[in-house]
Design a protein around this ligand. Structure first.
Ligand SMILES: O=C(O)CCC(=O)C(=O)O
Ligand SMILES: [Fe+2]
Length: 350
């Protein structure tokens, strides 16, 4: 269980003048959006913000511009059914917190476009598939067996991905026909690369429940070619990119996504950037973005994108399209490359 993001309520003493209220039994996971909560509390004064208080989605902090408004709201609503919130009984205490610690000041600002992010080799297209295509893709995978991992479910096509070795198994057949229209669109993806590199023969489908993400990792260089396409469906999330200054091929393997172990690597020495992935968008990781940056999906129920708090949906389903590598990787990033580890070892040993 993640620690509450706001400090504990300060005991409920009405003598303390707080303009913020900690409100339990209230939030997106009990069917109340931040907007609905805000307008219900606005009856008592100007509400400046409604923040999640923790990752449950059922506790919020309502911030008023003045303490008397907060006090009136608490006096009127605490422990009683609230007609404006479907008769829900709220539990309200004053909260001293001014700023939600779930989004610390140093948290990275989230770009909405790849060009804003500025990582070489990273591209994103919005509305890469239509809502109709999205529905069909989801129905197709929902009609097939899922494999349960500890926090999410997966399906693999073309080649099975083996999480223990972070590499693929032997070939299992063609990709399913329901992805043919996507493969066709991928072949038209506008990027400066060579179309040969867009051949796809492996697909991993990931289904994430709300609050579930993916550990920081670089897809194993020796397992997959340069181009990695990831299609987001059903729900949004943010993806963080980290470039570790002391990264080595060992840390790449140690923090592979595909390991079920939670391992965030050396947290002290990296630069990070983040991008918002809306449903139906397609992300292409190539070049430096694919070979040298770890990608990571934070385990959030709510993402902060600019001034917006965006709730994770009931699920996010991603389709990751890759081509299995047949020989060693000769990328320009030997530091992160398991195929070139002998070279690195020789340099390290000298
Ligand atoms: O869910 C995603 O968009 C990314 C999945 C991923 O990084 C992977 O399977 O290696
Ligand atoms: Fe990945």
């Amino acid at each position: 269980m993640v620690q509450p993001r706001f400090g504990r309520p300060n005991g409920g003493s009405v003598s303390e003048a707080s303009s913020n209220l900690y409100v339990a039994n209230c939030g997106p996971s009990v069917g109340l959006s931040f907007d609905v909560i805000s307008s219900a509390f606005s009856v008592f004064g100007d509400v400046t913000a409604v923040h999640p208080a923790d990752d449950t989605g059922a506790r919020v902090v309502v911030c008023f511009d003045a303490a008397p408004s907060a006090r009136s709201a608490m006096d009127a609503l605490d422990g009683r059914p609230c007609p404006l919130l479907g008769g829900r009984v709220l539990h309200i205490r004053p909260s001293k917190i001014l700023r939600p610690s779930c989004f610390p000041e140093d948290s990275v600002s989230v770009a909405r476009t790849a060009s804003e992010l500025g990582i070489d080799g990273l591209y994103m297209l919005h509305e890469f598939v239509t809502t109709e295509e999205e529905k069909e893709l989801l129905e197709a995978v929902d009609g097939r067996p899922w494999k349960s991992l500890s926090k999410r479910r997966v399906q693999h096509y073309g080649y099975e991905f083996l999480y223990n070795i972070r590499n693929v198994d032997s070939r299992q057949g063609e990709l399913p026909s329901f992805v043919y229209p996507i493969l066709k669109k991928i072949s038209l993806f506008p990027d400066p690369g060579n179309s040969e590199r867009r051949i796809i023969n492996q697909l991993t489908v990931n289904e994430y429940p709300p609050g579930v993400g993916l550990s920081p990792h670089i897809d194993t260089h020796s397992a997959f070619d340069e181009y990695i396409f990831s299609l987001s469906l059903a729900g949004p999330c943010i993806m963080e990119f980290r470039k570790y200054s002391k990264g080595t091929w060992r840390s790449v393997l140690a923090t592979s996504s595909n390991s079920e172990a939670e391992n965030s690597g050396d947290d002290s020495n990296y630069i990070k950037k983040a991008i918002f992935l809306p449903p139906r968008s397609m992300l292409l990781m190539s070049g430096e973005a694919r070979y040298a940056w770890h990608h990571y999906i934070p385990h959030h129920k709510v993402d902060k994108v600019g001034d917006d708090l965006i709730q994770r949906a009931q699920r996010r389903v991603s389709f990751t399209f890759r081509k299995v590598r047949t020989g060693p990787c000769y990328c320009e990033f030997p530091q992160y490359c398991d195929s070139q580890k002998e070279v690195i070892n020789m340099v390290e040993e000298r």
